[in-house]
Design a protein around this ligand. Structure first.
Ligand code: PAF
Length: 285
């Protein structure tokens, strides 16, 4: 596609552009984001670029996925930096919708899954996945992507989106991509920007705990409580770290596994000071 990135803010213009691609039989790869882009996002863009004729990235801090006491208003924003990164990543269209256009005053339709949003992050963030599923479906209907790319750090989000697409017969293919990490193992996240230098050092405990779980799995430990205790012990070594949840779950259903045999996912949310971070690691293979 074109060397020059287009920025589109209106839903009508975005869909007109997408329909033209469809008419030309060009495939559209889509990377939805909330901006403040890091190398994790850019790895999604790279993959989208290599697998599609045209690439769209969106930047939209979606109000409906934030709870009342969450960080919507202070969520980090860097429109110029984001635009430059996406342009150098070879994105064809940057879609930046206005909140008023996506959610008009009389807005009343939401996508709600029955079970997958309940455990893990859903417990401390009620309504979060309803907001995510709703905005993702809306964006899909506007951007008309053949393929959409999501990071695996937000594993529950990825599973919610996969299930929504399956249940509602959405024709977009969902591509889950590996978590990108800092050299010391911390999973890249826009929220890492909130960490003070001391908290940033302590935040390594999430990855350390996951590696401890991996070590136990490699030694064929089967008792989930042994894993959870070992991970919790590592996290609580850090003075500012408070686990929200630490679990071993079935990667499909996200239900707790009392016994670890084949495929298991170690998942956690940990507050480092005021910043809530999540991470996970597959223990299979
Ligand atoms: O992962 C995110 O950044 C957001 O949850 C998403 C998928 C862009 C929906 O707002």
């Amino acid at each position: 596609m074109a060397e020059i990135m287009k920025t589109i803010t209106s839903i009508h213009d975005m869909t007109t552009w997408a329909r033209d691609r469809v008419l030309n039989r060009e495939s559209i790869g889509f990377v939805p984001t909330m901006g403040y882009l890091h190398d994790g996002h850019l790895s999604l863009v790279k993959r989208a670029r290599s697998e599609n004729d045209a690439v769209v990235a969106s930047v939209f801090v979606n109000p409906t996925q934030f709870g009342q006491n969450e960080d919507f208003t202070v969520y980090p924003r860097d429109p110029d930096g984001d635009s430059e990164k996406l342009r150098s990543g070879g994105v064809d269209v940057l879609f930046i919708p206005e909140a008023d256009e996506l959610y008009g005053q009389d807005y009343e339709t939401y996508v709600e899954l029955e079970r997958l949003p309940l455990p893990l992050c859903g417990k401390s963030r009620p309504g979060h996945f309803r907001g995510v599923a709703t905005v993702v479906l809306k964006l899909f209907n506007i951007v008309l992507p053949n393929n959409a790319y999501f990071g695996s750090k937000d594993f529950q989000q990825l599973q919610v989106i996969r299930r929504m697409v399956r249940d509602l017969n959405v024709s977009t293919m969902i591509v889950g991509c590996p978590t990108v990490r800092e050299p010391d193992g911390l999973a890249m996240s826009s929220r890492n920007a909130y960490l003070s230098p001391v908290e940033r050092k302590q935040a390594i405990c999430l990855h350390d705990a996951l590696m401890i779980a991996k070590g136990l799995f490699d030694k064929t430990e089967t008792d989930a409580s042994v894993y959870i205790k070992a991970m919790k012990d590592r996290i609580t070594e850090e003075s500012d770290a408070r686990p929200d949840y630490i679990s071993l779950v079935d990667p499909e259903t996200l239900e707790d596994l009392p016994t670890v045999k084949d495929a298991a996912l170690a998942v956690m949310a940990v507050k480092i000071g005021k910043t809530r971070l999540i991470d996970n690691m597959s223990l299979a293979g």
